[in-house]
Design a protein around this ligand. Structure first.
Ligand code: BGP
Length: 477
């Protein structure tokens, strides 16, 4: 008798993969869908790598059955996807596009038919343009509209979906949308950004509140869970000088605690709130906000982990040119003058996009969060390697991706052994899709999309590798 290899992953651990609507669906104006801010922004000159956009993307909107069949073949037990708000509500609120509801309803049925548990993200950045036109996240009308949209989703899909998250990565869509002006709406104004970010937290709290009410009515499952997805980017000081350590603490406060505290503690870190309000006069609270945040802590946290950042004191750099070409070293130092900057550690390993490869960070990051927020359930909602995959003799030999994911699965297992309640792992991404600013050259998928040949799907080497990982519950990797 041979002993089967075992792992520390619990038996009901979810082995998934993730995508997002704008990056995978295409069908940008199909069957009554309204435009999102990304539909408009990506068509403005100079905004994305080589003018790429998600008009067609992987055409998942028309090919979801084929894609779900591939997920089933890989053995996925869960699939994380986002709903395109303007596909359901072309104007952001009001008239519902039934064809949009039908699409997600059919997708969910197809997943369930193959025993794949859906995990829905309500907002992965594609705000209806109609709402941007009246102020976007700076307006409380968008907060109300989000609550209506969330309720519509609970009513339409709640009978079949247990796992929900409200927002994906405030750090990125607010940071790049309102601070560095590199995502829509392309603004660079901390005061406006802080207020927009606050409205996102209020919208989240309202959606959590509605979820709990709908749980009582039986509209969503009683064992359903609602969470929030954040970037998990552990910071370490590049030296032990007091300046670098202070800069690192500031990076933690602004880029981590500011974004996790409101959803896991129901309040901002006080000293940073005071600083922000004294410096920029924002965020301004409406009367109900404090209680709303306090009363609606979410059920789990989703962490998207790609890299750690090394931090140094920053007396001078105010630069936002990041590497969007995949040519190593083509980015410039990134920092916020007077606060901190991200620096390269010459002794570490980096991807072609200059992202540090540091698997232990997945474990370290979750341990730090557990220390601050206590015993919360974690889902690793994204993790992956963006690369230009080599094609050798017609095969997509994405060996670096296998090594990247394998070492990160080991780190997730190590976190579980140290008592972190990790419930699922969703590599980014199931299939090759649009990278927001990097186009289609930055690939992440287990499935290759042949852009020169009718978007045909082909299984990469990592597809078969992940199949074995799942079959062995993470023991073979
Ligand atoms: C996360 C986003 C994803 C995805 C991923 C990879 O921030 O949630 O949507 O794009 O990063 O990033 P990129 O495409 O920039 O390499």
């Amino acid at each position: 008798m041979t002993n089967k290899p075992t792992s520390a992953f619990p038996d009901d651990f979810l082995w998934g993969a993730a995508t997002a609507a704008y990056q995978v669906e295409g069908g940008h104006d199909a069957d009554g869908k309204g435009p999102s801010i990304w539909d408009i922004y990506s068509h403005l000159p100079g905004t994305t790598h080589a003018g790429t956009n998600g008009d067609v993307a992987a055409d998942h909107y028309h090919r979801f059955k084929e894609d779900v069949a591939l997920m089933a073949e890989a053995g996925l037990t869960s699939y994380r996807f986002s709903i395109s708000w303007p596909r359901l509500l072309p104007q952001g609120r009001g008239t519902v596009n039934q064809a949009g509801i039908q699409f997600y309803s059919d997708l969910i049925d197809e997943l369930l038919k193959h025993n794949i548990k859906p995990m829905i993200t309500l907002y992965h950045w594609d705000l209806p343009q109609a709402l941007q036109d009246i102020g976007g996240w700076e307006s409380r009308v968008t907060v109300e509209a989000f609550e209506e949209y969330a309720k519509l989703c609970y009513q339409a899909f709640g009978d079949r979906v247990e796992l929900w998250s409200t927002f994906n990565e405030t750090l990125i869509f607010i940071g790049m949308g309102y601070f560095t002006a590199t995502h829509p709406p392309g603004i660079s104004d901390p005061k406006r950004g802080l207020q927009a970010c606050h409205h996102v937290f209020v919208a989240h709290a309202k959606a959590v509140q509605a979820f709990r009410q709908y749980q009582q009515f039986g509209t969503v499952p009683s064992n359903g869970q609602i969470g929030f997805v954040n970037v998990m980017q552990p910071h370490d000081p590049i030296s032990d000088s007091s300046e670098d350590v202070a800069a690192c603490n500031m990076a933690d406060d602004l880029l981590t605690h500011w974004l996790y505290d409101p959803v896991l503690k129901g309040e901002y870190p006080t000293h940073i709130l005071n600083l922000a309000q004294a410096t920029w006069g924002a965020p301004v609270f409406a009367e109900e906000d404090e209680m709303l945040l306090k009363d609606n802590i979410c059920d789990f946290i989703g962490v998207n982990y790609y890299k750690r950042e090394w931090i140094a004191a920053n007396p001078d750099v105010e630069n936002t040119k990041i590497n969007t070409t995949g040519e190593k070293g083509s980015g410039q130092e990134f920092g916020f003058k007077g606060l901190f900057k991200f620096v390269r550690n010459p002794n570490s390993t980096y991807t072609d996009w200059d992202w540090e490869i540091y698997p232990e960070g997945l474990c370290v990051g979750m341990m730090r969060l557990k220390e601050r927020y206590g015993d919360i359930p974690f889902y690793i909602t994204e993790n992956g390697l963006g690369a230009k995959d080599p094609i050798i003799d017609g095969e997509i030999v994405d060996q670096p991706r296998i090594e990247y994911l394998s070492s990160h699965i080991a780190a997730a297992e190590s976190a579980i052994k140290q008592g972190v309640d990790v419930r699922g792992y969703y590599p980014w991404s199931f299939i090759d899709l649009l990278s927001w600013l990097n186009g289609y050259q930055k690939q992440y998928g287990f499935v290759y999309v042949d852009r020169d040949n009718h978007l045909n799907r082909r299984r990469k080497k990592s597809f078969f590798w992940y199949q074995d990982v799942i079959k062995s519950n993470g023991a073979v990797r």
